[in-house]
Design a protein around this ligand. Structure first.
Ligand SMILES: *[C@@H]1O[C@H](CO)[C@@H](O)[C@H](O)[C@H]1NC(C)=O
Ligand SMILES: *[C@@H]1O[C@H](CO)[C@@H](O)[C@H](O)[C@H]1NC(C)=O
Ligand SMILES: *[C@@H]1O[C@H](CO)[C@@H](O)[C@H](O)[C@H]1NC(C)=O
Length: 979
């Protein structure tokens, strides 16, 4: 800076001189003080450095260090600095250490630092730098440490970086580099640490010259688009301790001598296409972590692993490994993570595993192991999971597991276990998932369950006895599947306290008595299967309050009229084989309630009934059609009865709206109602009006709930939630008036063409393809809206119907979430007798029974997908909002693949289809929407695809929260960076 510093006021200067009695103020200090005070001012006087003032020596200031009375180090991390670096900083002639990380510094790489001739340590990470790294960066020739990570640098890394010969650490991870990196990095002969992970470089081989980095200890190149083989020469990098090249497209074998490196302690190569056998590690017996998951490795696990006394983390999941686990692995003293699932391993499990080390994760599922579970897995009381499903294991669950308070998940299904469950296991405090289906377990159910147990599956075992009174304490359950056992007695009515339950399957038991009406008060119940029991009595009316996606009461001894709400084709298979049930209409092939129960002997009867059904449907449709048409023609003739509740200042009246609900303004219609676009003023302002079908009156309670909810939603102001302007209601109709979104809903852009024949309105624009960055912005916007509802609203609001048609787009394609639960609550009452109202959102619901079996064995595989990201959550317990997370995951998959949520045949939906694709290990790009065709964003698309998979995990507890989803999207999108 050419401007000279202001002279101090004389008085201050005097005070200042007096306050330092003896020291002669050295000229150096004086100059450096001036430089620094100047710097402080140019940086906008950050509050955190208020202590920099004239009355003390700069060497005592925060962030400053001196050597021999001269400033050598300036550390200003996380100071909210938003301005560029002032050139005057290099007037600190002895400056060797400069840390400006974690600020908001904008602009290009600060070449002005070339004037800091002694600079050795430069940290600019976590800022807003853009542009490329300059070709003359070699001028910083004294640098020993250079950290440019977490910025927005792009382009190539220049070859001249190889001229920084003193460099020991080079950190470039998490930038936007989209060009190449130079082989000249191999000239940095003193380099000990090289981190370049998470950059979108063009596809490159690992340069052979990297094998000259003889001092290299830490190499981190995760997700950098590497292809080709790992050069053999890496096996000569004798200092290497930490080698992470996961998430690339490397192929071929692992260099056989890599594992022989004396110093190697961590090896991560997951998510590549590496094949061949695991090389025999001879020297690297001090390996601490090895992660080779998701490759195509074959052969056996080398015996040396049984001798690695330092091994903590052992992950070979998802390969094709065969043979037995090497002897001695259960003797290793520090082993914490034992993860070998999804291979073809056989033999018995090491019997003393857990006895000699603090074992936390035991994951051996999806193999061919025989024999028993090791007896002492939890000897050190730190075990978090026993995941051993889909093997041929037998014997009892070791009694010691009944006394293992740290357990969060126990998954033993699809084995041949027998005997009783150790009593303590049921009540383990942190346990959230207990999956024991398909074994031969016996004994009775406990009256107490652990407070956090949310998923219990014990289907197809030999459990017997009553369902105990006292199950009120099972209150955290979300899924309880106990079908195919020998349970008997009545279903106690304290089941009413299972408020989080969404799936209850007790089919194929010997339960009797009445179906407790209490079931109808379970607010989240989606799947109810009580078939093949001996339940008798009537179907409780209040079951109709539930918003079920599947219901099966077949093969019982129920009698009487089925509730009206079930009298439609969606429940075609729900009431079979109960000879004394009847219905008002013939839709379900049930006897007519008004006549005596008949014997269905006529072989023509089905035919006659089908005909009758046809006629009734046609008649009903006709009548409905005429009625609705008539009503809309009435044009608010009964305006007096319309009541408007507004949440914003409105420039229209209810009359403006009601009088314009005409066919010509109709822009869409679906299961839950019709949507109109209505002009509200001369200047071209529009609103969208959703008219909810509801032919029946709302009962008093529901009406109150509706109003309460509308008020909550009306009060919400968030950029990513559609503004509900007002609600207009009459006795039997509800109009929700929203701000109008020019670009309507996301589904029309993604699937518009395919649907054109069935939608109404202008579709001609929908052949425009949404490019990837737009889709990413939409995903982030929608996630922000949901995240707000889940995490910032009190109480949290669950949408329950997240789907691409409920994500609206404004003129700039900014996403807004619409329809929080409202339509749902209303249609529950006056549902028309069609499938569409029920099946309309099929594909977005968390999986039902059949689907769940399919996913079951793959859930755990997701751990490797986003590595640590998911591992943390696979063991947590909170599940409520996870319903929306599932549906949002489906939307993510739609964005990536362009496919419809309900794309497959009736048994597969998009989520299933994508999971299958994933588990078959097919390349991601195969499923990307061919219309995107954007090679620059493949990595981002891959990540979003995988995030979609994680969100659609069967296990609610392994789905991330919306907060985490949002964070992940933001973190991995190229635009909004950081903070
Ligand atoms: C930076 O700014 C934020 C928000 O204005 C504030 O909370 C924080 O304390 C500031 N940090 C420092 C070190 O001044
Ligand atoms: C740099 O430090 C040396 C002593 O280490 C000192 O003699 C010299 O004056 C300092 N230079 C400046 C410009 O502060
Ligand atoms: C790399 O990214 C920069 C900044 O985003 C962009 O201007 C440039 O065109 C990109 N280059 C390539 C080759 O994609």
């Amino acid at each position: 800076m050419s401007k000279l510093p202001q002279p101090f006021p004389e008085v201050l200067l005097l005070l200042f001189l007096i306050s330092i009695p003896f020291n002669v103020i050295s000229e150096t200090i004086e100059t450096e003080r001036t430089v620094l005070l100047n710097l402080k001012q140019q940086l906008g006087n950050p509050p955190a450095i208020q202590l920099w003032n004239v009355s003390s020596s700069p060497c005592s200031w925060p962030g400053i260090k001196c050597t021999d009375g001269s400033v050598t180090s300036v550390s200003l991390q996380d100071m909210n600095i938003t301005s560029e670096i002032p050139p005057s900083i290099c007037k600190l002639k002895n400056l060797t250490f400069l840390d400006l990380s974690d600020n908001f510094i904008p602009g290009h790489f600060p070449t002005l630092l070339y004037n800091c001739s002694k600079l050795q340590h430069l940290n600019l990470s976590l800022n807003y730098f853009i542009g490329s790294v300059p070709g003359d960066i070699y001028q910083l020739s004294t640098l020993v440490y250079l950290d440019l990570s977490d910025n927005n640098f792009s382009g190539n890394i220049p070859p001249s970086i190889g001229g920084l010969r003193a460099l020991k650490e080079l950190r470039l991870q998490y930038n936007e580099f989209n060009g190449t990196f130079p082989k000249e990095i191999g000239n940095l002969s003193k380099l000990e640490l090289l981190w370049m992970a998470y950059n979108g470089f063009v596809q490159m081989n690992i340069p052979d010259m990297f094998t000259q980095l003889k001092k290299l200890k830490y190499l981190w190149m995760t997700a950098t688009n590497l292809i080709g083989k790992i050069p053999e020469g890496f096996a000569n990098l004798s200092s290497l301790e930490w080698f992470d090249m996961s998430k690339n497209n490397l192929e071929g074998p692992i260099p056989s001598r890599l594992l022989m490196l004396k110093n190697l302690t961590n090896l991560y190569l997951f998510n590549n296409e590496l094949s061949g056998k695991i090389p025999r590690p001879v020297e690297a017996l001090n390996l601490v972590e090895i992660d080779l998951c998701r490759n195509n490795l074959t052969g056996t696990i080398p015996g040396e692993f049984g001798m690695m006394q330092n091994l903590v983390f052992f992950n070979l999941m998802s390969n094709q490994l065969t043979g037995e686990i090497p002897a001695g692995m259960d003797q290793l003293p520090v082993l914490k993570v034992f993860r070998i699932f999804a291979n073809k391993l056989s033999g018995v499990l090491p019997p003393e595993l857990g006895l000699h080390s603090k074992l936390e994760y035991f994951e051996v599922c999806d193999n061919q192991f025989t024999g028993q579970l090791p007896e002492n897995l939890c000897a050190y009381r730190v075990l978090l999971g026993v995941v051993a499903f889909s093997n041929n294991l037998s014997g009892h669950i070791p009694a010691s597991l009944g006394n293992c308070s740290t357990l969060r998940t126990v998954q033993l299904y699809n084995n041949q276990f027998s005997g009783e469950i150790p009593p303590g296991l049921w009540t383990t405090f942190d346990l959230s998932v207990l999956l024991l289906s398909n074994n031969s377990f016996s004994g009775e159910l406990p009256s107490q369950l652990g407070r956090n147990l949310s998923m219990v599956k014990i289907s197809k075992n030999k459990f017997s006895g009553n369902i105990p009174v006292g199950i009120g304490s099972w209150s955290s359950l979300t899924v309880f599947e106990a079908n195919g056992n020998q349970l008997s007695g009545e279903l106690p009515s304290d089941i009413a306290s299972w408020k989080s339950l969404n799936t209850l399957d007790l089919s194929g038991n010997k339960l009797s008595g009445q179906i407790p009406a209490a079931i109808g008060s379970l607010p989240d119940l989606l799947n109810l299967d009580l078939s093949e029991n001996q339940f008798s009595g009537k179907i409780p009316d209040n079951l109709a309050n539930l918003r079920l996606t599947s219901l099966n009461l077949s093969s019982n001894k129920l009698y009487g009229q089925i509730p009206d709400e079930f009298d439609n084709l969606a429940y075609e298979n729900s009431f079979l084989n109960n000879s004394n049930l009847c219905a008002d209409t013939p839709i379900l092939n049930l006897p007519d309630c008004s006549s005596k129960p008949r014997k269905l002997t006529s072989k023509y009867l089905p035919l006659i009934l089908s005909l009758a059904v046809f006629i009734v449907i046609v008649t009903v449709s006709l009548i409905l059609f005429v009625m609705i048409d008539y009503r809309s023609k009435k044009r608010g003739g009964d305006l007096a009865t319309w009541k408007l509740t507004s949440f914003h200042r409105l420039d229209f009246t209810e009359e403006n709206i009601v009088s314009r609900l005409t066919e010509s303004n109709l822009i869409g219609s679906g299961g839950s109602g019709k949507v109109y676009k209505i002009a509200i003023n001369e200047s071209g302002g529009f609103v969208a009006v959703k008219r909810i079908w509801n032919n029946k009156k709302l009962d008093g309670k529901l009406k109150k709930e509706f109003i309460a909810e509308v008020e909550i939603l009306g009060s919400i102001r968030h950029a990513n939630i559609v503004k509900l302007l007002c609600c207009i209601s009459s006795e039997n109709s509800k109009l929700l008036v929203y701000e109008f979104m020019e670009n309507q809903s996301l589904d029309r852009w993604l699937h518009g063409k395919k649907k054109r024949s069935t939608t109404i309105g202008t579709n001609s624009i929908y052949h425009i393809v949404l490019d990837w960055p737009t889709r990413m912005r939409i995903a982030i916007g929608a996630a922000q809206g949901l995240c707000y509802m889940h995490h910032d609203c009190c109480p949290p609001i669950i949408h329950r119907d997240v789907k691409s048609s409920n994500i609206l787009l404004d003129s700039e394609f900014k996403a807004r979430i619409a329809d929080f639960g409202l339509a749902k609550m209303l249609t529950r009452q006056g549902e028309p007798h069609t499938m569409s109202a029920v099946a309309g959102t099929f594909g977005y619901f968390a999986p039902g029974k059949i689907n769940r079996e399919f996913y079951g064995s793959f859930v755990v595989k997701s751990i490797c997908l986003l590595d640590l990201y998911i591992a943390e959550y696979a063991y947590t317990t909170k599940v409520n909002e996870k319903f929306d997370v599932y549906s949002f995951g489906v939307v993510l998959l739609e964005l990536v693949t362009g496919r419809e949520a309900n794309c497959g045949d009736e048994h597969t939906n998009l989520a299933q289809w994508a999971w299958r694709h994933y588990t078959e290990g097919r390349p991601e790009v195969e499923i990307f929407d061919p219309e995107i065709n954007d090679p620059c964003h493949l990595e981002e698309m891959t990540l979003v695809y995988k995030l979609g998979l994680i969100c659609t995990s069967t296990l609610p507890s392994s789905r991330p929260s919306m907060k985490e989803v949002l964070l992940f999207l933001q973190r991995h999108s190229r635009h909004p960076k950081k903070k």
